[in-house]
Ligand binder design. Sequence first.
Ligand code: HEC
Length: 190
Amino acid sequence: MLLIGSTGGLVKFSKFIRIPEMVISLLFLVTGGFMVMHVANFGFLFVVKLVFVLAAIPTAIIAFRKEKKLLGLISLLLLFGAYGLAEIHKSQFGNRKAFTEEVITSPDASNYDLSLHGKALFNAQCAVCHGTDGSAGLSGAKNLKKSQMTNEQILDIINHGKNTMPPMEGKYDEQELKALVKYVKEFRIQ
Ligand code: HEC
């Protein structure tokens, strides 16, 4: 309505929308804060997203106060942009192919190395919390150098997760699980 210039409608609408808008903005901030605390792998994209959202809120408020169409449009675009970035970010996390391209993943190949396969998978999916040396302890992760788990227990925690460690059942095939278990246990002797 801001955009089509119906001022009477806008006044009513903005009164009506103000409270849900505040709630939504607040939710954005809270979920953002939650992500910062619980997800270790926020990078450049995440910061851009945060800036977008933080910029969108005052822009929207000013736009409504002064009934500026352009500003309203900008704040909408910022929010859409932030949402788009969030989606991109989501799809990047979980894309292990990009990380395992460099390594031989077929156990039939003559130069196949189970540890290297495990390392590629680990660095792609596990290091965000455990660190590449297994001892980073981000998001409450246990130190893998000190872990005493058996193969079965490691498989169980990968498949079913525990506390902030997400369940990853079905994400890895048998060979990949074997490689991960081997690599996880190698941290102990380093
Ligand atoms: C989002 C963060 C996160 C990711 C990603 C993650 N972990 Fe964990 N991991 C944790 C947390 C938290 C714990 C501790 C769980 C508990 O006991 O409360 C843990 C515990 C473990 C343990 C048990 C250590 C012990 O002796 O108690 C193993 C083994 C493990 N993770 C392996 C992996 C592997 C392999 C991957 C990748 C496939 C992985 N983790 C990905 C957070 C994560």
